[in-house]
Design a protein around this ligand. Structure first.
Ligand code: NOJ
Length: 720
């Protein structure tokens, strides 16, 4: 650093994108010059060994100090092998599996010359209108925090010794998942208590798991845009939570502080960002254009610049780039690793775990003894949709569609397959209905594959109506009217509002976007080669007017009573969701015995309390909540057993339930297992009236069940 000029330091704080879109690996001429002059220390949207090596050579051979570049990319749910979208993966509640897919994504990305992924997105969201919920882990803070940790570990691994991992980037800090009215980029406004209890913990879980970088969000929080928010970045993130890595902005979010009305011009925005602790400017070129002047005029202390550069160079050292700037550039490895057969298998495994069975009237599924199957709908044949949004270098035409998977099975002669699109995803043309109905009538079962196009979710993809787009519902209605059994297979990136389908379809399978191996994985579920076990991590509303709807709401002074006018309710809709958080079916059934609570006193307690105190426990005790689960069906299956807690009286009001634990167990038919949850006072902490984070003595409900609604409860008391 002692050798660096101020311009070169600011260069390290500057991140630019290449122009690699549909046109292949290209970069603006000016940017190559920036690399040569040391005015740009990192690039994104630059991948493949050939391209990154070319760019790295410019930095290493032609810049004065030969400092290597970092290459970043949005490797969100896979690089070339595409896994289910993160919201889908979260429904597996399988942390090891999510860590594994992140590790594979990292392995492919690193083999393609990348050092850094802009993932995981850990924004908690209760807003299905917001298109980016597909990128996150759902609505719950506890589960979301564990997922954040798993994904960071998966991407980063223990170290970069083998150059087969990439730096993680926790995003979008902070509160980006709570835009007013669900519109992307919109204002976020919440109390500090809600922020700390619900929204902050997932980011911090990622930080504690060792994430080397974090990205500021586009939104404002309490009137201050994140990229200029000193309280958020320095006090909360660095001082309170010990984050040592570097902070990058989101795309031009420093510049956008002018539109927010927080900065009078780009120059001032740059000063506010640097003084707030932003280390790297993504694409805005604000630091590049103005920061030198601001430092020389004394408006940004040199110390801020040095701190930022030290953090960024430290990351480059940790990646091993100063030892060998080309260590991620091995053509042979790239060929062997990217889209390998083993990774296809992993993609299929994860897809199996992510698919949620929402309805299965009269055990219509799995499909057995069906002689003729009609596969209908705009998403059956179009495999390119399966990769979903934010699919890195994924190629739609490499996905295996449902139609292809069904054709493979039909070849074995077990059934005759009929297929028709019926309509397209969002158009109004019903011309194809005739053919679709014709085929439907000849079949023994109709599979209707409907949902969103991948462009309808992701960034800048908020929707005000979450029904099926176009005339897809009309198509399903006509299919149902044939009187044949109808299985609706949904492909989408968010909870949809589908009350008619929920009532009239005989079976419903939520597949989200299942990735490269989506078609075969969905077919495995439908034909019963895999028994579904996933459970929803976001609530499905009955109607748009219920949004935001989430399981961990407050009780209010007039709790819901459908029969009383003067309680919190709608006149025209129940308060209850279509499908609650934690819900999902299996092809087998599970019986839950009675919940048993026991208290284990701390062994070293000087005066052990007599057992007669039964359900009272102290801060040093552990409460065991145990429950015996039996597989009462005819096939092996997995069950996600969930633990919720309610703090009945607090110095501030508490939610009616909060997820505090879960276990995924596998049981053979007839087999039983006792699941035990350990609960300590630490898990009952929250931001109390004086904003201290603590558990308050008093009564709690311990609730266990298969989802957030069907719960058994027992009351216990925390004593001083
Ligand atoms: C904007 C998105 O909000 C962010 O998530 C992404 O990482 C960057 N663009 C870079 O592509």
């Amino acid at each position: 650093m002692a050798l660096m000029t101020l311009e070169e330091k600011i260069g390290q704080m500057t991140l630019f994108t290449t122009d690699w879109g549909s046109t292949g690996p290209t970069i603006r001429e000016g940017y190559e010059e920036d690399i040569r002059k040391g005015n740009c220390g990192a690039l994104f949207n630059s991948h493949t060994v050939a391209f990154t090596r070319h760019l790295q050579e410019i930095a290493v051979k032609e810049s004065r100090l030969h400092i290597p570049l970092i290459f970043g990319y949005d490797v969100i749910h896979g690089y070339k092998t595409i896994f289910p979208v993160p919201l889908a993966e979260s429904c597996s509640w399988d942390l090891a599996a999510m860590e594994n897919t992140a590790a594979i994504a990292a392995k492919e990305a690193a083999a393609a010359g990348l050092h850094w992924t802009f993932a995981p997105m850990v924004d908690i969201s209760r807003e299905p209108r917001w298109g980016r919920v597909m990128e996150g882990g759902g609505e719950d803070t506890y589960l979301g925090s564990l997922i954040a940790e798993a994904r960071v570990k998966g991407f980063q691994g223990a170290n970069f010794d083998h150059a087969d991992r990439v730096m993680a980037c926790i995003k979008h800090f902070a509160g980006y998942g709570a835009p007013i009215a669900g519109r992307d980029y919109n204002t976020v406004d919440m109390t500090e208590r809600t922020f700390r209890d619900i929204y902050l913990p997932t980011y911090i879980a990622g930080v504690k798991a060792g994430a080397m970088t974090i990205m500021t969000s586009f939104n404002e929080l309490d009137g201050v845009p994140s990229s200029g928010n000193k309280w958020l970045l320095e006090d909360v993130l660095r001082k309170e939570n010990g984050f040592h890595g570097f902070i990058v902005t989101d795309y031009t979010s420093i510049n956008e502080m002018v539109n927010h009305g927080y900065s009078k011009d780009d120059a001032q925005a740059g000063e506010q960002a640097a003084n707030a602790g932003v280390d790297m400017d993504m694409q805005g070129a604000v630091y590049q254009r103005f920061l030198k002047n601001s430092v020389e005029a004394g408006r940004v202390p040199m110390q801020k610049i040095d701190d930022a550069v030290r953090r960024i160079l430290t990351a480059k050292f940790e990646l091993g780039l100063f030892k060998d700037p080309y260590r991620f550039c091995n053509v042979q490895r790239e060929k062997e690793t990217v889209f390998s057969a083993a990774h296809q298998q992993a993609a299929k495994d994860m897809a199996h775990k992510s698919i949620v069975l929402l309805k299965n009237e009269n055990n219509l599924l799995p499909l057995t003894n069906k002689k003729t199957i009609a596969l209908i709908g705009p998403l059956a044949a179009d495999g390119s949709q399966l990769i979903g949004p934010w699919s890195g270098a994924g190629e739609g035409d490499k996905c295996v569609s449902m139609l292809t998977a069904f054709q493979e099975r039909a070849k074995k002669g077990e059934f005759t397959l009929l297929h028709a699109n019926g309509t397209d995803i969002s158009g109004t043309d019903k011309k194809g209905f005739g053919e679709a109905l014709e085929k439907a009538k000849q079949s023994d079962v109709i599979i209707a594959v409907v949902g969103e196009s991948k462009e309808m979710s992701g960034e800048a993809a908020a929707r005000a109506d979450l029904g099926l787009p176009g005339v897809q519902q009309a198509l399903v209605e006509e299919l149902v009217a044939t009187g044949k059994p109808v299985v609706v297979v949904l492909m989408n990136g968010r909870p949809l509002v589908i009350p008619w389908i929920a009532e009239h379809a005989n079976a419903i399978v939520e597949t989200w976007w299942t990735g490269t191996q989506g078609g075969p994985a969905i077919a495995d579920i439908l034909f019963g080669d895999y028994n579904p076990s996933a459970k929803l991590t976001m609530t499905f509303p009955r109607s748009m007017g219920q949004i935001p709807i989430f399981y961990n709401q407050k009780n209010t002074g007039r709790p819901y009573d459908p029969n009383s006018k003067w309680n919190t309710r709608y006149l025209d809709e129940p308060n209850t969701p279509q499908y609650p958080f934690g819900y999902g079916l299996s092809y087998t059934t599970f019986a839950y015995d009675s919940l048993v609570i026991t208290i284990q006193q701390k062994a070293s307690a000087s005066t052990p309390r007599p057992p007669s105190k039964g359900e009272e426990f102290s801060v040093t005790d552990t409460v065991h909540a145990s429950i015996k689960i039996t597989n009462t069906g005819k096939r092996a299956g997995e069950e996600i057993v969930q633990l919720y807690v309610r703090d009945l009286v607090g110095s501030v009001t508490r939610p009616v339930k909060e997820l505090k634990g879960f276990k995924k167990i596998k049981l053979e038919p007839g087999a039983s297992q006792t699941v035990v949850f350990n609960i300590t006072a630490d898990q009952l902490r929250f931001y109390s009236a004086d904003m201290t984070f603590k558990a308050e003595p008093g009564d709690f409900w311990i609730m266990v069940g298969p989802d957030s609604e069907r719960l058994q409860k027992k009351q216990i008391r925390l004593v001083e």
